[in-house]
Design a protein around this ligand. Structure first.
Ligand SMILES: [Fe+2]
Length: 431
């Protein structure tokens, strides 16, 4: 009898070990598999930009930019990595990438350096859970292009789950670099980590993020969370998937210090897991997504609100959900009290003081439907503008107004709101 039990235990252990080794092999393969990749832009600062690409053969690559300046690599490589330095802030540069082995698409390649000073207006495209290669993904993209018209995009934010199903090197090519190949030539994909991206280790190899404060704000010391500052806006990109989101975590401490020194009129925060959602994920369920939604709501939102955040963007739930101007709601939806938590009961136009002030109200917007939209109840009381609608956000930032359009997949603007820091009819209560 004992012998049989021992046999079963040894067999089970062998199977578990085999599964573990197999799994590690699959994860490593997807993470490190070499793929050819057309050039893309990274590490945008006021004075520099990084251009990366990957070629099948080892060779010396070059970039020609501006008035025919040329930078070449020193040694042959397949992983190309050229930083253009000593650039002027707030300036547009054309560039071309030279490769002996690859057929590089150099049509319409240009970039801008970050804006040192206030910018009259800026357009920011925001997509969430965009990484499913499908017709819906393309419809959302094309719809934004149609509605945007000839306005130039300045920044592009990706709210995580950038490459389904597991964030492999191949999936990043198929779901991001190929479908968005035109926009990748001119804009930096400022991305954050989603739970699907985190299934492999490719994301932080593919992307390089400013951990030393290169793109503005305080050095975070981690690529997982960082700031971007350009024109009128300070953006904090946070990792709610792999980073510690507890109250005294390194990310929370950095966030506190970074936001304390912001002088820009607008603060936007982005992370994958929504603090409030009744979509395909439920923020009321402390076990949903291993409690990440609860932790960001309880630990991260108070820091953002204390420092006057204006707009909080998340994905993860595959739908559209949006609050009114609100604050200090850190519990489950049954504790939401409009009298206590709403700064304004208006539907589309919100007034805020031009002075940065604590707990002044923010809009919470879930946009996790840039490639798929899931059936759900969409009844969170703090999110009255919610539906199963595919789409993306187009932000128009000016010195005193932050205007947001939710554009669906059929060239329609289906939700719109403005935060105004110049209006006088502010509805305020004692804080
Ligand atoms: Fe997700």
């Amino acid at each position: 009898m004992f012998k049989w039990i021992k046999h079963i235990a040894v067999t089970l252990l062998a199977l578990v070990s085999l599964y573990g080794v197999g799994r590690l092999a699959v994860v490593s393969y997807g993470s490190y598999l070499f793929v050819e990749r057309q050039p893309y832009l990274q590490m945008q600062t006021q004075n520099s930009i990084l251009i990366k690409w990957q070629s099948d053969v080892k060779e010396i690559g070059c970039v020609v930019y501006g008035d025919d300046k040329k930078v070449c690599e020193d040694t042959p490589t397949s992983y190309h990595h050229i930083t253009l330095k000593d650039l002027k802030p707030s300036t547009r540069y054309n560039y071309k990438v030279l490769s002996a082995s690859m057929n590089i698409d150099n049509a319409n390649r240009h970039f801008e350096t970050l804006y040192a000073n206030s910018l009259n207006e800026q357009f920011i495209w925001v997509i969430g859970d965009s990484g499913k290669l499908c017709k819906a993904q393309d419809n959302v993209y094309q719809s934004m292009l149609h509605v945007k018209g000839d306005k130039e995009l300045n920044l592009w934010l990706l709210l995580g789950d950038n490459a389904y199903r597991s964030g492999t090197q191949e999936q990043f090519n198929a779901s991001l670099f190929e479908p968005y190949k035109e926009i990748v030539k001119t804009l930096i994909p400022w991305a954050i980590n989603g739970n699907h991206d985190a299934r492999r280790w490719a994301m932080y190899d593919i992307f390089e993020f400013p951990q030393n404060g290169e793109s503005g704000g305080l050095a975070s010391g981690s690529e997982e969370y960082y700031a971007i500052e350009s024109g009128n806006v300070h953006i904090v990109m946070l990792d709610s998937e792999q980073a510690d989101t507890s109250k005294d975590s390194k990310m929370a401490q950095w966030l506190e210090k970074d936001l304390a020194q912001v002088k820009k009129p607008w603060i936007i925060a982005a992370f994958h897991h929504p603090p409030y959602s009744d979509g395909s994920h439920k923020s009321d369920n402390a076990r949903d997504s291993w409690g990440r939604m609860t932790r960001v709501r309880e630990n991260i939102i108070p820091i953002l609100e204390k420092h006057g955040v204006d707009l909080v963007l998340s994905g993860h739930s595959h739908g559209y959900e949006r609050s009114k101007l609100m604050r200090k709601h850190y519990g489950t939806s049954d504790t939401f009290n409009p009298q206590e938590h709403l700064i304004s009961n208006a539907d589309h136009n919100y007034c805020k003081s031009p002075q940065k002030s604590a707990f002044d109200g923010a809009i919470y917007n879930v946009i996790g439907s840039s490639s798929k939209a899931d059936r759900a109840s969409y009844k969170h009381p703090a999110l009255p503008f919610s539906s199963r609608t595919l789409g993306s956000l187009l932000l128009h930032v000016s010195p005193t107004k932050l205007h947001v359009d939710f554009i669906d997949d059929k060239d329609q603007i289906v939700d719109t709101y403005t935060i105004d820091k110049s209006c006088t009819d502010t509805i305020r209560r004692e804080k």
